[in-house]
Design a protein. Structure first.
Length: 49
């Protein structure tokens, strides 16, 4: 089962727009889940290192 990481809020360290990136590679898989109430959920799977 994929571990699901949920972020309830994001602390802003500077003004303006910021981008969150979750990159899939050989050690991880990123799935974008359904968007509800202006929130996007991502499921991130990381292989044991």
């Amino acid at each position: 089962m994929l571990p699901i990481i949920q972020t309830s809020h994001i602390k802003c360290v500077s003004a303006g727009w910021h981008t969150i990136k979750a990159k899939a590679d050989l050690t991880s898989v990123v799935l974008e889940l359904n968007e509800t109430n202006n929130e996007k959920s991502y499921a991130i799977f990381c292989n044991a290192s």
